[in-house]
Design a protein around this ligand. Structure first.
Ligand code: NAD
Length: 289
């Protein structure tokens, strides 16, 4: 019997870990913001990363960024009498952190699987996420059934750490661009007295359809709830990471330049707020409402 660990029980981690527990896995959990209040029912609450590493062969991470994942990976690696053989990182950290973390863990013969997810909190709650992974074939094959407990689409994109992170960043660049462009488009429509609901009805049967028109606008903006469960700070982090990587790769960067600046402003406009706040931010800058 394999024992599992889960570190980081926030918006995504709390939902993803609950599916693992519900499938009958023994799951040792930890979150620095208070494990007892965040862990899913049926999980075993632990009070440190070290305790989780001593008990778990496979540890899942869902943490804010690469710096935090690196710190946590270091603590796993430093644990004496650790049982950990595999670390699966479900966070978005960027390719460079994934490579760094993989090489750190390999010193203790721990296999690192780079496995970011897409689909937001609702995808995590419904286990309908897309999980893109890179790492050695054998471990990914062995873990595939477990991944299917949290994701309806599991796609191995390569064998090297960082490849799945590159995939995740380019995906989030498109998601961020859709949110920003849709906000500008419908604000223009409002200046011509077009109703938001009507515009979405047209867009969703036309060529402008995208994830913002299909999901975020009808479910989070039209409702004025602004609660997609993905922080503006995390989207700003993702597009900044994408921009850094594009600059390094010397691939075209005209759109990401504008988009990364816009998300930085949105994060300043709504500190601690949801990423759908970009619509409220752009609306505030619009001369005609
Ligand atoms: P979150 O901030 O809600 O959760 C992160 C959790 O990690 C928090 O509960 C925090 O207390 C915990 N944590 C921070 N430092 C820790 C440490 N040193 N030890 C233990 N726990 C620690 O973030 P989230 O929205 O759940 O996102 C998690 C990751 O998934 C991020 O990398 C994000 O970019 C990515 N992601 C988020 C979404 C989304 O829609 N929310 C979608 C896809 C991917």
């Amino acid at each position: 019997m394999t024992d599992y660990g889960f570190i980081g029980l926030g918006s995504m981690g709390s939902a993803m870990s609950s599916h693992l527990v519900n499938a009958g896995l023994t799951l040792y959990c930890y979150d620095s913001a208070g494990t007892a209040k965040l862990a899913p029912k049926g999980a075993i609450v632990k009070s440190s990363i070290e305790e989780v590493a001593k008990l778990s062969e496979v540890i899942f991470l869902s943490l804010p960024d690469g710096k935090v994942v690196l710190q946590v990976a270091q603590e796993i690696q430093d644990t004496k009498e650790s049982k950990t053989k595999i670390v699966v990182d479900l966070s978005t950290t960027g390719p460079e952190f994934a490579m760094l973390i993989s090489s750190l863990l390999s010193k203790s013969n721990i296999v690192f699987i780079d496995a970011p997810v897409s689909g937001g909190r609702s995808g995590a709650e419904n286990a309908s996420l897309a999980l893109m992974c890179s790492g050695p074939d054998k471990e990914i094959k062995d873990l595939r059934n477990l991944f299917s407990l949290i994701a309806s689409n599991v796609i191995q994109v390569g064998k090297d750490p960082g490849q799945a992170q590159a995939m995740k960043l380019l995906n989030n660049f498109l998601s961020a661009t859709s949110m920003a462009a849709t906000s500008e488009a419908v604000l223009f429509g409002r200046s011509h007295n077009l109703d938001l609901d009507t515009m979405l009805s047209v867009l969703n049967v036309s060529s402008g359809r995208n994830t913002a028109t299909e999901d975020k606008f009808p479910n989070r903006i039209l409702t004025e709830t602004y609660d997609a469960g993905f922080a503006a700070s995390l989207m700003s982090k993702d597009v900044s990471l994408f921009r850094e990587q594009v600059d390094k790769a010397e691939t075209p960067s005209r759109i990401i330049e504008v988009i990364s600046a816009l998300w930085k402003e949105t994060n300043e406009f709504a500190p601690g707020g949801d990423f759908t706040e970009i619509y409220r931010y752009l609306k505030k800058t619009s001369k005609s409402q």
